[in-house]
Design a protein around this ligand. Structure first.
Ligand code: GLN
Length: 532
C-alpha cells in the first residue's frame, strides 16, 4: 500500500490543541491497525527550539536521536507510543538552511532560487522523509494559524503535495474554534468560515472540520458550518473541552467516528479498533482507587505550564501506576528562597526538582532538596535537579561549603558539577549539548535498579554540565550512592541516598519516555513512594 497523508492545519487562534488532536488521531489510526508516523512543521526562523526560552516556547522536547524539538512531539509519543526522530520536526530555519546550503554547493546552478518552487520543494522533501515502506499513514501538522505570513510556503507545499498524491491519498483536516459569546448567548461560526475561506483562497479544501468549542453545538450550527465551509455535515466534528483529562480526547473523537471517517476519506477500510487498554487507563486516571498524593515541582519557569509539560504528564502517569489522583504544587524556587522551604513545602508527599539553566532560582532548589533529604520526603531530581542534589550533598553533608556547578559559580573551589572535556571548547549554542539517548548501567541493589528491572537502560539527555568525577570518592565516602553510570564507567548518570524512603536523581530526562499506558518506572516508583 502507498503511504497516505493527512495534513492538519489550524485556524482562528493558536493554542487550540492542534498537537493533541493530531496525536489523538494518530492513536486512533494506530489502534485500527495502521502503521503511522507523525511530524510537525513549524513556521518560525530558529533552526530548532533549543535556543529559545521556555517562556517563549514551552518545553523543548528531545528525541531519541538527539533533536531538540517542539513539545507537540511529546504528545505524539505519549499518545501513540511511537518514537519520533529528526524528521518529526522541521522549522523554517532548517528548511532555509538546507536550501541555502544547496545553493552554495551549486545545487541550483543557473537558477534564481525562489520560495516557490525551491522552498516549497524543500518542504515537500521534509514531508517525504516520514513516508516509507513501513508507513501506511503519515500525519503532518502545520504549526501556526491559517493566514500567518510565515505559514504560507507550508500551505502552498501541502496544497501541491496533496494534488500530486491524487484523489483518496491525501486529506486536509482543519482545526478551528467555534466560540460561545456569553453576552449574546450564542455560538459563532463566522471565525471558522473565515479561516476556511483563507485556505480555500489558496487552493486547500479541508474535508474534515474539527471544531473546538466550550459546549456542544446544535444541528443548526453544524448545518451552517457545513454549508459555508463546503464540508459535508457528517464531517463537521465537535471537539468540546474534556472534563477531566486530555487523554479523553481520543475517546471523544472516536465516539463521533472520526477515525472511521478519516479512513473512508483516505479510501481505506476501517479495521476493528483496539481501544480497551486506553479506555481502562482513562478510567483509572479519572477514578483512582488509592486517594490523592501531592507532589511539589520546584522550578523557575512555573508561571508557564507548558515549560514543564512532560514532567507534569509523567507525574500524572506515575499517578496512574500508583492508582492515586495526582495533585501538583507548582512552586517558583525563588519563593522558597524568600519564604523558606518549610513554609512552602509543608504537607507535600513528594518533591521533584526538574531541569533548567542559569543561576536564577538555583539556591531555592538546593534549599528544597535539603528539606527533602532532612525531612525524609520522597525526592526526584532531574538533570539540573540532580546537579543541585549533588551540590546540596557536597555542601551540607561533606562540608564543602562553597560547592557549586561551574555553570552557576565559575570560580567555585569545589566544582562538583563541571564541564567535561567534550564540552570545553564548544562555542555554538544551538544543538551542541549532550543530546539524545545514551545507555546507562544501573548498580545492583539501588532504588533505580529496583524500579527499572533491566540493568542496562537508555535515556535521553539534554545538558552540558556533568557530575565531576574528581569529587566522586569524597561524595561516596559520605554516603552518596552512585546508582547509574555510562557503560565506560566515566559519567555519573544517577545518584541516590540510602537511609531515605526514596531519594533518586538522574542526569537524564526520564519524563520524555513516559506514556499513560506505560508510565516511566522512576515516575511510577517515585509516586508510589510518595503515596506511602
Ligand atoms: N543547565 C544544566 C546543564 O546544562 C542542566 C540542564 C538541564 O537541566 N536540562 O548541564
Amino acid at each position: 500500500m502507498n503511504c497516505k497523508h493527512i495534513f492538519v492545519t489550524g485556524g482562528v487562534v493558536s493554542s487550540l490543541g492542534k498537537g493533541l488532536t493530531a496525536a489523538s488521531i494518530g492513536l486512533l489510526l494506530k489502534q485500527r491497525g495502521y502503521r503511522i508516523r507523525m511530524q510537525k512543521l513549524d513556521p518560525y526562523l530558529n533552526v530548532d527550539p533549543g535556543t529559545m526560552s521556555p517562556y517563549q516556547h514551552g518545553e523543548v522536547y528531545v528525541t531519541e536521536d538527539g533533536r531538540e524539538t517542539d513539545l507537540d512531539l511529546g504528545h505524539y509519543e505519549r499518545f501513540t507510543g511511537i518514537p519520533c526522530d529528526r524528521h518529526s520536526n522541521y522549522t523554517t530555519g532548517r528548511i532555509y538552511s538546507n536550501v541555502i546550503a544547496r545553493e552554495r554547493a551549486g545545487g541550483y546552478l543557473g537558477k534564481t532560487v525562489q520560495v516557490i518552487p525551491h522552498v516549497t520543494d524543500e518542504i515537500k522533501l521534509a514531508i517525504r522523509e516520514i513516508e516509507d515502506d513501513d508507513t501506511d499513514i503519515a500525519i503532518t501538522e502545520i504549526g501556526g494559524t491559517a493566514g500567518d505570513i510565515e505559514s504560507q510556503p507550508y500551505l502552498e507545499a501541502i496544497r501541491q503535495y496533496h494534488h500530486e498524491l491524487g484523489p483518496g491519498n491525501g486529506l486536509f483536516i482543519h482545526l478551528t474554534l467555534v466560540p460561545y459569546i456569553r453576552a449574546a448567548g450564542e455560538m459563532k461560526t463566522k471565525p471558522s468560515q473565515q479561516s476556511v475561506g483563507i485556505l480555500r483562497s489558496i487552493g486547500i479544501v479541508p474535508e474534515l472540520l474539527i471544531c473546538r468549542c466550550e459546549r456542544p453545538f446544535a444541528e443548526e450550527h453544524r448545518a451552517k458550518l457545513a454549508l459555508f465551509c463546503g464540508v459535508r455535515p457528517e464531517h463537521v466534528i465537535e471537539e468540546c473541552d474534556v472534563a477531566n483529562s486530555i487523554y479523553e480526547v481520543p475517546l471523544e473523537l472516536m465516539r463521533q467516528h472520526v477515525d472511521e471517517k478519516i479512513l473512508r476519506l483516505l479510501e481505506l477500510t476501517p479495521q476493528a479498533a483496539d481501544m480497551a487498554g486506553w479506555r481502562e487507563m482513562v478510567n483509572r486516571l479519572i477514578q483512582p482507587p488509592n486517594g490523592e498524593v501531592e507532589i511539589a515541582v520546584v522550578g523557575k519557569y512555573i508561571s508557564l505550564r507548558d515549560s514543564y509539560k512532560s514532567i507534569y504528564e509523567a507525574l500524572t502517569h506515575g499517578g496512574i501506576a500508583a492508582g492515586v489522583r495526582l495533585k501538583i504544587r507548582m512552586l517558583e524556587s525563588e519563593e522558597i528562597e524568600a519564604d523558606g522551604a518549610a513554609e512552602k513545602l509543608g504537607g507535600v508527599h513528594g518533591i521533584l526538582v526538574p531541569g533548567g539553566f542559569g543561576v536564577r532560582g538555583v539556591e531555592g532548589k538546593i534549599a528544597a532538596i535539603r528539606y527533602a533529604r532532612e525531612q525524609k520526603i520522597p525526592f526526584f531530581g532531574i538533570c539540573l535537579g540532580m546537579q543541585c542534589a549533588v551540590i546540596e550533598f557536597a555542601r551540607n553533608v561533606c562540608g564543602l561549603a562553597e560547592a557549586n556547578s561551574t555553570e552557576i559559580a565559575p570560580g567555585t573551589p569545589h566544582p562538583v558539577i563541571s564541564l567535561l572535556d567534550a564540552q570545553r571548547d564548544v562555542t555554538d549554542m544551538g544543538g551542541t549539548m549532550r543530546l539524545g539517548a545514551y545507555p546507562c548501567c544501573l548498580m545492583p541493589g539501588t532504588k533505580a535498579a529496583a524500579a527499572y528491572g533491566p540493568s542496562e537502560i537508555q535515556e535521553r539527555h539534554r545538558h552540558r554540565y556533568e557530575f565531576n568525577p574528581v569529587f566522586r570518592e569524597t561524595l561516596e565516602s559520605h554516603g552518596l550512592v552512585v546508582a547509574g553510570l555510562s557503560p565506560d564507567g566515566h559519567l555519573v548518570e544517577a545518584v541516590e541516598l540510602k537511609d531515605h524512603p526514596w531519594f533518586v536523581a538522574c542526569q537524564y530526562h526520564p519524563e520524555f519516555k513516559s506514556t499513560p499506558v506505560e508510565p516511566h518506572p522512576l515516575f511510577a516508583a517515585f509516586v508510589k513512594a510518595a503515596a506511602r
